[in-house]
Design a protein around this ligand. Structure first.
Ligand code: HEM
Length: 553
């Protein structure tokens, strides 16, 4: 047996040396694979072999070479994840917050596609690279959604909820993930379309009244009322009475969920010690969680009083009165139900996930209507061309035909992505593409805003251009360069619901009103909220009295 000695090229110091008997491998791919398996190389096909400065591209060249063979990863030496050095105690906190979008962009510009920061003791990596994001978001031997103390969701971790707040490895995730998605799948969601139309129509008197009073109104506050009211009806079967008057207050459960997100952002951006304080924010968080649970329990009790006959999982969503009713009655092939212990927290989580995100997306859609000239006219023309009027109860089938609207929503989600930054935890020590060494337990966040605005992927990313979605370049983009709902097994299960709701609302809002932004102030996002929402976007509507004619062609 004759062995050859290899070593990884490393940015600092010396890499470990190891021997391989080359007679045990057939070709370079097999050699890459063998080394990859031993050293946790995520993409072994990126390994290249060198003798001094000479690349060795065939196994025979490696066999014939004398001396130690150096290995590079995608042309790079192994390196630690770079990042700013930081201050004692606070680490990099002040370099990231409050303007985390702008500051993280500066860190990407400075350190490249993967960097690490320390926020008051919490270590977090961020990537704006689609290839790295895809690796992180794919549940595998390398990464999983595991909500460890450094994970941004740790302060509200809840295994019983299964989805969103639980670890993939926890059996509760599997159980909840079996029962909840059918209630939010394409078939079920189509069935909610008439309800979505009605929810918006109920809001018209309030928008009309605001116009009559000549008042500009805060986009987010009203979109929050609208989307949470809709989720309240469809998920919980509850009328939250958000549009009984222009000043109708938000229902207490919505205020509680919104406050939980604010407190969580605060707690998770500070150190672990903060989360354990027996007073202040952590105590308030516990009280709010209890209050939410009590409210949802009421909806569950109400659903149970409507009937208890079992409904088969796949079409239960079409027969149940609302999602809670579905969750109480849906039974799988073995007649098993979602266990009671999961029902409550899964409902709280899905309700929260269902409106916090869509209210932000709707607000950014309104922003795109008023900030980018020509968008309202294009959408309106398409509605006219499809014979959609004020009277139409818009269906999912009609929405599928509205291409202009589809591109508008996609471009808004690219440019003004509202969603939470999904974190995944390294399951082993590994070597990532680019030669980055990552330690087991490290949390990597796929920075959705920065991926969607990465100039290496998107041509002129700050330009709002719905037509980019027709270009070859965008159609052939890397799978993970546009992931508003994340990807992989832990991606959003409510995206059908969200897109249908947002599109139905936009059709109706654009058909009925012309939209204008109040004042010239730059629209700012809320740096203290877990999602990215505009805080100071004020709008005015003008009820349309004339509509364009149908296009002639
Ligand atoms: C614009 C709207 C929405 C956006 C941008 C969005 C985005 C996301 C993202 C990025 C994730 C992954 C989170 C992570 O990996 O940590 C997620 C998960 C999830 N979303 Fe959404 N979402 C939206 C609407 C909805 C709606 C309407 C619902 C329910 C009615 C919903 C329910 C969920 C649930 C339950 C999960 C967790 C899935 C799991 O853990 O397996 N989302 N969403």
């Amino acid at each position: 047996m004759s062995t050859t000695t290899f070593t990884f090229d490393v940015a600092e110091g010396n890499g470990p040396k190891f021997d391989i008997d080359l007679s045990t491998v057939d070709d370079i791919a097999a050699l890459q694979h063998a080394i990859g398996q031993n050293y946790g190389v995520v993409r072994p096909e990126g390994l290249s072999f060198h003798s001094g400065s000479t690349p060795l591209v065939a196994l025979s060249e490696i066999q014939a070479s004398e001396g130690i063979i150096t290995i590079k990863v995608d042309g790079h030496a192994l390196r630690d994840i770079p990042g700013p050095s930081g201050l004692p105690v606070v680490g990099n906190y002040l370099e990231v917050f409050p303007d985390h979008l702008g500051n993280n962009q500066r860190l990407f510009d400075r350190f490249g596609p993967l960097f690490q920061v320390n926020s008051l003791g919490r270590i977090l990596c961020q990537t704006n690279d689609p290839e790295l994001a895809q690796i992180c978001l794919t549940e595998s031997q390398f990464f999983s959604k595991e909500i460890v103390p450094d994970h941004p969701l740790y302060p509200i971790k809840n295994q019983e909820a299964g989805v969103f707040l639980g670890d993939t490895s926890n059996p509760d995730w599997k159980v909840v993930h079996k029962f909840l998605p059918p209630a939010l799948g394409p078939k079920a969601v189509r069935h909610y379309a008439p309800q979505m139309n009605r929810c918006l129509e109920e809001a018209f008197p309030v928008f009309d009244e605001l116009e009559k009073q000549n008042k500009a109104w805060n986009a987010y506050q009203y979109m929050l009322k609208l989307s949470s009211g809709t989720v309240g009806k469809i998920m919980l079967g509850k009328d939250l009475e958000h549009f009984t008057s222009v000043d109708a207050p938000l229902h207490r459960i919505i205020l509680a969920i919104a406050e939980v997100l604010v407190i969580n952002k605060k707690i998770s951006s500070r150190g672990e010690w903060y989360a354990h304080l027996p007073f202040g924010d952590p105590k308030r968080l516990k009280n709010l969680q209890q209050f939410m649970a009590d409210q949802i329990q009421e909806a569950i009790d109400e659903a149970e009083s409507n009937g208890t006959e079992d409904l088969e999982l796949q079409d239960a969503a079409l027969k149940a009165a609302n999602v809670v009713d579905y969750l109480v009655r849906a039974a799988d092939g073995k007649g098993e139900h979602l266990p009671k212990k999961n029902l409550l927290s899964a409902t709280v989580v899905a309700t929260g996930a269902g409106f916090t995100t869509t209210s932000s997306l709707l607000s950014w859609c309104l922003y795109s209507l008023v900030a980018y000239p020509g968008t309202q006219a294009r959408i309106l023309q398409e509605l006219i061309d499809h014979d959609i009027t004020d009277e139409t109860s818009i269906t999912a089938e009609q929405i599928d035909e509205l291409e202009e609207l589809g591109k508008f929503v996609k471009e808004t989600q690219r440019r003004h992505n509202p969603s939470y930054q999904p974190g995944r935890t390294a399951q082993q020590d590994m070597i990532l593409p680019g030669g980055y060494r990552l330690k087991k337990g490290t949390v990597v966040v796929s920075a959705l805003h920065h991926i969607h605005n990465n100039p290496a992927i998107w041509d002129n990313p700050s330009r709002f251009d719905p037509d980019r979605w027709d270009t070859e370049q965008v159609q052939q983009r890397h799978k993970a360069s546009y992931i508003p709902f994340a990807m992989g097994q832990r991606m959003c299960i409510g995206f059908n619901f969200a897109l249908l709701e947002v599109k139905i609302f936009l059709c109706k809002l654009v058909y009925r009103y012309h939209w204008e932004k109040e004042g010239d102030a730059e629209t700012e996002y809320d740096p203290y909220f877990q999602l990215i929402r505009p805080v100071n976007l004020y709008l005015r509507t003008q009820t349309r009295e004339q509509w364009p004619s149908k296009s002639t062609e």
